[in-house]
Ligand binder design. Structure first.
Ligand code: ADP
Length: 528
């Protein structure tokens, strides 16, 4: 079968090809261009035909780095010399817009290839220059790269920010570590998120161990009170300030001042709280001691006032009596018989002795206070001293019966007069504070190398809580109005003297049944 001969219009077909083609002669003049090429390059066939390709498509002066014309020239040269097709890399070649402002270019990326058309002798007759417009793909890829770069920048910024935060965190830790408080951050689920050095040191727990633990669970073994209400309140946004006591690791109790500060987010929600704990144990102890001292001082002032009142009374009584006797004697000096005079003078003398004892006592107290009470140590017979004291005591009260029992072999070493002063004080008190009973027992015995002296009465007794106090200065266990004179100095001085002899003095007593005073002395005490 034969086909009718058709006159094919190659030129027209070429012009309508969908691809973008130029046909160049070997001088690189444009001899044909497809419609698609023309529209992609904003050119008209009439303008470019027979033109030198590089006159028509110059480089974009705004993108000289592209070197597109140079590369195309090289490729075309390669084709001419090798007579083989040459594919070029993607080229950035901007197209002159050629409308209005001729200096403006439109960005374009091309994938060109140059294919030789050879004559029968194998020489290059034409070059088909074809291009694929890959602008969109390149720009998309560029955009992706740009976004990638942007992401890289953001990531870098984030890294820098987190490094800065890390540094800040470090600084904050440093600050919280040096402040003398236990600092912790607790989240809204009551779990530790941060504790400073002092916190972990105080509770003897490492940071790793405590983080994530619930605050109530962790503190429970140490606390003596419930803090859950405070935690709930701070998580509602209320600042909490309270005191707690804790017992750590069997050590003594710690007194803590606690402040909870809510951490409120930008949205106004409480997301956790800061706990600041200050150990105020020493402060509390100091204040307790201060209060005690103040109370003691007030007590002393009170005792001093009472003392002045009593001292005036004590001094005035014998003085008034002395004055009365002296006046009496002056009045009747001519009439008085010898016996009466002797009686008056005897009475006056005994009151003068009483005054003397009182004044000496006062003097002793003031010197004892400064540790300058004079002593005169020597070997002496304690039995003799006891005898003297008993007979003196019996002179004071005819009504009382003093049973003196002693079994003492050796002489003892000490200040005889001072020890007599002690025994006399105890006997005088036994008499003074036994108004309704008359039997008093004084016992002295040697036990090993010690001498134990006991003075027992069956008098009014001393309240338990006063047993220690009665040995303090100006201390009187019974109300002023009760009865009996006294300055509250006898037992204070006695304790001073006994201590100086390296001995001990104490009392046992039962209200309404009587008291027993004990003095234990080394038989041969070393002088202090
Ligand atoms: P005072 O001069 O007041 O007797 P003291 O120092 O000798 O001073 O005694 C202190 C206080 O101890 C007395 O005021 C009294 O309250 C109490 N006291 C001392 N001895 C006795 C005792 N034998 N029986 C009861 N109370 C006593």
């Amino acid at each position: 079968m034969s086909y009718p001969k058709v006159d094919i219009k190659y030129k027209q077909i070429f012009n309508h090809l969908p691809g973008k083609y130029l046909i160049l002669d070997t001088d690189l003049h444009i001899v044909a261009a497809s419609d698609s090429y023309l529209s992609a390059t904003f050119t008209k066939r009439s303008e470019i035909l027979n033109q030198y390709i590089f006159d028509v498509f110059p480089d974009n002066p705004a993108a000289p780095e592209a070197r597109a014309t140079e590369k195309l020239y090289e490729s075309l040269k390669t084709v001419l010399t090798t007579r083989k097709a040459h594919d070029m890399d993607i080229q950035h070649y901007d197209i002159p817009k050629r409308v209005g402002d001729s200096s403006s270019f439109e960005t374009r990326y091309w994938c060109p290839s140059n294919t030789p058309v050879l004559d029968e002798a194998g020489n290059v007759e034409y070059i088909i220059h074809s291009v694929d417009d890959v602008t969109e793909e390149v720009l998309t890829r560029k955009e992706i790269v740009r976004k990638d770069d942007h992401i890289t920048v953001i990531t870098q910024k984030q890294t820098e920010a987190s490094e800065a935060l890390g540094a800040m965190d470090k600084r904050l830790r440093l600050i919280t570590d040096i402040i003398p408080a236990l600092v912790a951050y607790i989240d809204k689920d009551h779990r530790y998120r941060f504790v400073n050095e002092s916190y972990s040191r105080n509770f003897k727990i490492s940071q790793e161990e405590i983080l994530g633990k619930k605050v109530e669970d962790f503190l429970k073994p140490y606390l003596t009170q419930d803090i859950s209400k405070n935690i709930e309140a701070v998580l509602k946004g209320q600042i909490q300030s309270f005191e707690i006591k804790i017992k750590l690791h069997k050590s003594t109790e710690q007194h803590l001042e606690v402040i909870y500060l809510p951490d409120i987010s930008d949205e106004g929600k409480v997301i956790g709280f800061v706990s600041m704990i200050m150990d105020v144990t020493d402060k509390v102890k100091y204040y307790d001691e201060l209060t005690k001292l103040t109370q003691e001082k007030e007590q002393l002032i009170l005792q001093k006032d009472e003392f002045i009142e009593m001292a005036s009374h004590e001094l005035k009584t014998p003085l008034t009596t002395i004055k009365a006797y002296v006046e009496l004697m002056l009045l009747d000096i001519e009439e008085l018989d010898r016996n009466t005079l002797q009686n008056y003078l005897g009475k006056t003398n005994s009151y003068i002795n009483q005054l003397h004892r009182l004044i000496t006592g006062l003097f002793d107290v003031s010197t004892a206070n400064t540790g300058r009470l004079p002593y005169n140590f020597s070997y002496f017979n304690l039995a003799d001293a006891i005898e003297t004291c008993c007979s003196n005591a019996m002179n004071i009260s005819k009504k009382h019966k003093i049973d003196c029992q002693y079994t003492l072999k050796d002489k003892m070493y000490g200040d005889k007069e001072r020890l007599e002063q002690v025994i006399e004080s105890l006997l005088n008190n036994a008499i003074k504070y036994s108004p309704d009973r008359n039997d008093i027992l004084l016992k002295a015995e040697e036990i090993n190398d010690e001498v134990l002296i006991t003075v027992k009465d069956r008098g009014i007794g001393i309240p338990d809580e006063e047993l220690e106090n009665i040995f303090k200065r100006f201390s009187r266990a019974h109300a002023l109005s009760y009865h009996n004179s006294g300055l509250g100095l006898g037992l204070y001085l006695s304790r001073e003297i006994v201590h100086r002899h390296r001995g001990k003095i104490w009392a046992e007593s039962e209200i309404g049944k009587g008291s027993t005073f004990f003095v234990k002395l080394p038989a041969k005490p070393a002088v202090r």
